[in-house]
Design a protein around this ligand. Structure first.
Ligand code: FES
Ligand code: FES
Length: 154
């Protein structure tokens, strides 16, 4: 049994200790917003926050989150998160949408740590989140809008 905080609420998981957090979230706790892409920490689709740090849930054993704070896309409610969600809509970022929860969680961690990132800092922070629809330009534009730079589509 692993007990942790999920989106501000205490939860417990009965899954074996080595079960990836991603499957606990999706299959045991029924939060489907966090996606499975590669399963080997290479694409970012499964990104959640662990104590505020973007973390790949596909390779993280559930036992590693005992007593810690996990935030998923369903619980993303920080000021940065809300600004990003609005910018994602105004900039019409998603195409198929599959990568987008991971993109938003990575972007939120960036803006929570650095509210005014440079273009290079945005690119570096988002670099590990892959998008097979090639929405990278719109993702970068939306992060800039959420950061208050208001430049919109490049
Ligand atoms: S599914 Fe976790 S990084 Fe790709
Ligand atoms: S919007 Fe389709 S994979 Fe990114």
């Amino acid at each position: 049994m692993t007990e942790f905080m999920l989106n501000g609420t205490p939860v417990s998981s009965a899954s074996p200790d080595d079960t990836p957090l991603l499957w606990v979230l999706r299959d045991e706790l029924d939060l489907k917003g966090t996606k499975f892409g590669c399963g080997i920490a290479q694409c970012g689709a499964c990104t959640v926050h662990l104590d505020g740090t973007p973390t790949r849930a596909c390779v993280l054993p559930v036992s590693a989150v005992a007593g810690r704070q996990v935030t998923t896309i369903e619980g993303l409610a920080s000021d940065a998160g809300e600004a990003l969600k609005a910018a994602w809509v105004s900039e019409q970022v998603p195409q198929c949408g599959y990568c987008q929860s991971g993109q938003l969680m990575t972007a939120a961690a960036l803006l929570e740590a650095n509210p005014s990132p440079s273009d290079d800092e945005i690119v570096n922070a988002m670099n590990g989140n892959l998008c097979r629809c090639m929405a990278y330009g719109r993702i970068k534009a939306a992060v800039k809008v959420a950061a208050g730079r208001g430049e919109g589509q490049a």
